[in-house]
Write a protein that binds this ligand. Structure first.
Ligand SMILES: [Zn+2]
Length: 121
């Protein structure tokens, strides 16, 4: 599943950072997840808790901030949030300019999937 490989990479990066800082324990992990990644924060949290068992990140708190998508339209210069026109079985947004309907847009935000900060002790 999509979430498991991403969660694994995130936990690896967190544990690596904790190790470099001689941390015994990771207390809290702050993440930014863009809505366009189609990642489910609740599911991610569950996977984190499962795969971090027995590591320095065991029992850490997760602070997940969901980033709303923002686009810039190349045609009409619209700059702002998008609307989702279609949702299939899972989250699969169709990205169009809400102003002129064009699909030639730059995604400014919404694809983030990163750790912004960790608290260690
Ligand atoms: Zn437009």
């Amino acid at each position: 599943m999509h979430e498991i490989s991403i969660a694994g990479a995130i936990i690896d990066a967190v544990l690596d950072a904790a190790k470099k800082n001689n941390a015994k324990k990771v207390n809290e992990i702050f993440l930014e997840i863009g809505e366009l990644t189609a990642l489910n924060p609740e599911q991610l949290k569950f996977i984190f808790e499962t795969i971090s068992k027995g590591t320095a990140a065991d029992g850490a708190r997760y602070d997940i901030q969901v980033i709303k998508p923002l686009i810039k339209c190349k045609k009409c210069q619209y700059n702002g949030p998008i609307e989702f026109f279609e949702k299939l079985h899972f989250f699969l947004p169709v990205i169009k300019c809400p102003s002129c309907g064009d699909i030639d847009v730059d995604i400014v935000a919404g694809r983030e999937c990163c750790v912004t900060k960790i608290k260690i002790s």
